[in-house]
Design a protein around this ligand. Structure first.
Ligand SMILES: [Fe+2]
Ligand SMILES: [Fe+2]
Length: 150
């Protein structure tokens, strides 16, 4: 697989996890909480993998560096929104509204990534490079998941 297809596939998986949480119902708060913590780890591992692959490449190109910097800022906002929400009791009234806002931010980020960043990656790198980036992405993501889950 190449990095472009990999990231699109993961975006769908993460979006599905988010939709499941948004749909609820929250009848088993403990299980729901565990799913949410898993979502945070998956999102953060995905972003770390991107940082050390596609964004590392784009940051070194002066022409497209601002695009990568913008994405890094979005990653930061998403990370802090998700982590803040982990401190809110799931039974609180604001839980779902805040998850909706986080979901909106994440969806927008995925849209920008797929529409701008991945388009750029698709055009700029040959197939071998895109496959190599995918391999590196998987390694980095796995490493991040192990440390996030521990
Ligand atoms: Fe991202
Ligand atoms: Fe992404």
């Amino acid at each position: 697989m190449n990095i472009v297809d990999r990231l699109k596939e993961e975006h769908s998986e993460l979006q599905k996890m988010l939709n499941d949480l948004l749909r609820g119902p929250i009848d088993d708060a403990e299980r729901y909480g565990r799913s949410y913590i898993e979502l945070i780890s998956r999102v953060e591992a995905h972003e770390r993998g991107e940082k050390s692959t596609i964004y590392r490449e784009l940051l070194s190109d002066i022409q497209v560096r601002p695009i990568a910097l913008q994405a890094m800022e979005e990653h930061k906002i998403i990370r802090s929104m998700l982590r803040d929400l982990a401190d809110v009791e799931i039974t609180e009234e604001v839980w779902i509204p805040r998850l909706v806002v986080a979901n909106n931010m994440i969806s927008l980020h995925f849209q920008i990534e797929e529409g701008n960043v991945l388009e750029l990656v698709q055009r700029s790198f040959d197939e071998a490079k895109k496959e190599e980036l995918d391999k590196r992405f998987l390694e980095e993501e796995k490493k991040a998941l192990v440390s996030l889950r521990s």
